[in-house]
Design a protein around this ligand. Structure first.
Ligand SMILES: Nc1ncnc2c1ncn2[C@@H]1O[C@H](COP(=O)(O)OP(=O)(O)OP(=O)(O)O)[C@@H](O)[C@H]1O
Ligand SMILES: [Mg+2]
Length: 215
């Protein structure tokens, strides 16, 4: 089972659809927190540890329909378990602040709201794999689906299995993220990601400094 050592660092995740600006904002957030004297580790999902990056390869490449939603969920959670136990939890215990580009809410949005796997089943898998482990703060970058896909396509760097799923799927997962935020308002905040990157960052920084007392 997972250890319950008290953690000293904070665990922040950024969520949202393809091209919403997660990676852009995480880099800015890392710089801002580092300037304030925090020890910061940025990481990503799927992946973030050696084993999880190998599983990532199976998830972000290849045929759109290669996995059914349950298999896909289990692959994400196998990767997530490795990522949490090998990278995230040890860093938090040392006092490092960890910022992850996607985490468990992406599985709920993509495989649950997007692909229709029962949400209670996904919550059950979460509990089984991670127990009480949770984010301190999850920021959801909300952006018009087509605009996000346009931004993401302009990068064209491969690993595009999810980007290639149809527009209805992407619309469902946008609504899914908003629903997650409505049901977990203490843990989540939604930011309008449609403005320029500086404006989005100002909104992100407001949330970080309002919600996390150390900042
Ligand atoms: N606020 C913004 N306005 C316009 N373009 C942006 C903005 N933020 C990021 N971009 C650009 O949009 C593209 C996607 O941004 P980014 O990679 O940060 O998104 P992402 O959410 O990490 O995407 P993915 O889910 O595909 O990893 C990049 O080319 C980035 O430079
Ligand atoms: Mg990204």
């Amino acid at each position: 089972m997972t250890s319950d050592t008290p953690r000293k660092g904070r665990f922040i995740t950024l969520e949202g659809g393809e091209g919403a600006g997660k990676t852009t904002q995480i880099n800015r957030l890392k710089d801002a927190l580092t300037k304030r004297g925090f020890d910061v580790l940025t990481t990503r999902e799927p992946g973030g540890s050696e084993g999880a990056e190998q599983i990532r390869h199976l998830l972000v490449n290849g045929d759109v329909a290669r996995w059914d939603s349950m298999t896909e969920t289990l692959l994400h959670y196998a990767a997530r378990r490795d990522h949490v136990e090998k990278v995230i939890r040890p860093a938090l215990e040392q006092g490092t602040w960890v910022i992850s580009d996607r985490f468990a809410d992406s599985t709920m949005a993509y495989q649950g709201y997007g692909h229709g796997l029962d949400l209670t089943v996904i919550n059950g898998i979460y509990k089984l794999v991670l127990g009480e482990f949770s984010t301190d703060l999850t920021v959801i970058l909300d952006l018009d689906t087509e605009e996000g896909l346009k931004r993401a396509n302009s990068r064209a760097e491969g690993e595009d299995r999810y980007e290639r799923m149809d527009i209805e799927f992407h619309q469902k997962l946008r609504q899914g993220f908003l629903e997650i935020a409505r049901t977990s308002p203490q843990r989540c905040a939604v930011i309008d990601a449609s403005s320029d990157a500086d404006t989005v960052f100002n909104a992100l920084w407001d949330v970080i400094s309002n919600r996390l007392s150390e900042v």
